[in-house]
Design a protein around this ligand. Structure first.
Ligand code: DCP
Ligand code: CA
Ligand code: CA
Length: 372
């Protein structure tokens, strides 16, 4: 039997991102503390710190801190406070993500400054080759955009993410499968996605301080205390287990195909045959991208080149081909009843696409947005 292919997953996180963008357009800022503020506009100093460069962090400035406090920490220091310029950061982020995408077998962006890369095929499952690839990526982004980032590498997303925080800025941390448990064990539990302040306190009461403590804690007890979903998640996460795939989020708004019929016609059988071919192709793409659809449209280009479409929205997102076949058939019937001009070209479109969610993905995306 062939051994199960070991995945190699990376998490790239751009260093002090908003502040680094500002340094890029004004390099004279580099040696000074730079603080990016979200100004609420009520008074001159009201608002919070969005982020700061590493020079400012030495003075105790942190993301989320009130701006007046950051000002106090930097009193008497030659420092720079700037408002958030989201459009500019987004432009740079888009450029960087496009470069990084080219290095991955599968690519999943998470927010403006992070992305997971599955590089298993690219590295033939070999962790030794990761460092060379990362240097190549870093040089490429440095040359084309001028931004640095930190990378964590592991056998899954969970380990890659935690590793990416170990060595910042401009760092690389590679955790091979056999190192996962030793790497995680001494870290505090709140390093795990989903363990916020409240949960960490509750765990501390149970005598659980480190991820290692959590990993060896009785799983059944965890389920009793935190409920099934979270209990199971905490137990497997602490043991470095995470099977979630790296998948590009539904980037397309819709998927469509259009084709010219052999002859201009109103013949149901001729048209439905073409529709079924198109449906088949659309379904393949949906399946490959792991997307569901909620809206189905057929588009008819008539002999006078005017276009007519018939569309319906399903009650629930679905991924099957049966619904697609059945509803395109109904839509064609409807269209032929209502229009008398022969059809020259026929198209099918599915829209309101969504990433197909697995149970565990639902849990992690829930945890991503809600610290419990
Ligand atoms: N951000 C924000 N408010 C926060 C946290 C972050 O506006 N409370 C913004 C500004 C950051 C960007 O999101 O530049 C990315 O967040 P990170 O947590 O990755 O932090 P940084 O990239 O700034 O720093 P690091 O080098 O630690 O990754
Ligand atoms: Ca970052
Ligand atoms: Ca980040």
């Amino acid at each position: 039997m062939l051994p199960v292919q070991q995945r190699v997953v990376m998490l790239v996180d751009l260093d002090y991102f908003f502040a680094q963008c500002e340094e890029l357009r004004n390099p004279t800022l580099k040696d000074k503390p730079v603080v990016i503020g979200m100004y609420s506009g009520r008074t001159e100093d009201s608002g919070a710190v969005s982020t700061s460069n590493y020079v400012a962090r030495k003075y105790g400035v942190k993301s989320g801190m009130p701006l007046f406090l950051a000002k106090k920490r930097l009193e008497g220091v030659d420092s720079v406070f700037l408002p958030v310029d989201h459009d500019f950061y987004q432009q740079l982020s888009d450029k960087i993500m496009n470069i990084l995408r080219g290095y991955a077998d599968a690519f999943e962006q998470v927010g403006i400054d992070e992305a997971y890369l599955d590089v298993t095929q690219k590295l033939h499952g070999n962790f030794e080759e990761a460092i060379a690839l990362i240097h190549e990526m870093k040089n490429d982004v440095k040359k084309q955009v001028g931004i640095t980032f930190s990378v964590g590498v592991g056998p899954n997303k969970l380990v890659a993410k935690i590793a990416s925080n170990q060595n910042k800025p401009d760092g690389i941390t590679v955790i091979r499968p056999e190192q996962v448990n030793d790497f995680l064990a001494p870290l505090p539990v709140d390093k795990l996605l989903g363990v916020g302040r409240k949960t960490a306190l509750k765990m501390e009461e149970l005598g659980i301080k480190t991820i290692g403590d959590l990993a060896t804690y009785d799983a059944q007890r965890l389920i009793e205390i935190f409920g099934r979903a979270l209990g199971v998640y905490f137990h497997s996460a602490a043991n470095g287990i995470d099977n979630e795939a790296v998948v590009e989020a539904g980037e397309a708004e819709s998927i469509s195909r259009i084709a010219t019929l052999k002859e201009d016609t109103r013949d149901f059988e001729v048209i439905i045959q073409k529709i079924n071919q198109l449906t088949e192709e659309i379904y393949k793409e949906l399946d490959q991208k792991k997307l569901t659809y909620k809206q189905i449209t057929i588009i008819a280009v008539r002999i006078d080149l005017t276009t007519r479409s018939r569309s319906l929205t399903l009650e629930k997102s679905t991924k099957g081909i049966e619904a697609l076949r059945r509803h395109t058939r109904e839509l064609l019937e409807k269209y032929l009843n209502e229009s008398d001009l022969p059809v020259r070209r026929i198209g099918v479109k599915v829209a309101q696409l969504r990433k197909e969610e697995k149970k565990q993905q639902q849990l992690t995306s829930f945890l991503q947005t809600n610290k419990v």
